[in-house]
Design a protein around this ligand. Structure first.
Ligand code: ZN
Length: 164
């Protein structure tokens, strides 16, 4: 998952440092920090051949129109959405593909948080609603325009910080 996220974010030269959330010291939030909750079982083992479900696979919290740096990634939802095609793969490949899919949902939510927008692009990782193909096929990335708005917002925020 981390490898795929690094690859998706490579054009932005964004570096991620992953931390476990410490509930005791948690609660201190800076603009460069995003708190992600992974819900359910975040592995591709024990998949059951059930009918696939629909619904959001991830979401970002919004309060009074402001995007908060808190997002949820629904691992159980992603498992249910992808279980049929994942079960068709060799077990060794399932985990890699599943991790890649989780990274794409995560990258989408990070786009909302760091680009500071609720808008979606028409294609790529910033579009709304992913298909099974989007999550499993290689090379699903942000398109140019999403990368630009991402970059501009990030640079603007960075300049604001420098001005303070
Ligand atoms: Zn979205």
């Amino acid at each position: 998952m981390q490898d795929e996220l690094r690859s998706i974010m490579a054009p932005l030269a964004l570096e991620f440092s992953w931390r476990e959330l410490d509930p005791v010291r948690g609660g201190k939030v800076v603009p460069e920090l995003a708190v992600i909750t992974f819900c359910g079982r975040c592995t591709a083992d024990g998949l059951m051949p059930l009918a696939s479900t629909s619904g959001p696979l991830g979401w970002t919290h919004i309060s009074d129109g402001d995007i908060l740096p808190f997002a949820e990634v629904d691992c159980d939802g992603i498992r249910a959405f992808l279980q049929k095609p994942l079960l068709a793969l060799r077990p060794a490949e399932r985990e890699t593909r599943f991790g890649r899919a989780v990274a794409r949902v995560l990258a989408h939510e990070l786009y909302h948080i760091f680009a500071g927008t609720t808008h979606h692009a028409s294609c790529g990782v910033a579009k709304s609603g992913f298909t099974v193909r989007d999550l499993l096929e290689p090379g699903f990335r942000f398109q140019e325009q999403a990368l630009r708005s991402f970059q501009q917002t990030r640079l603007r925020d960075h300049n604001d910080v420098l001005k303070r």
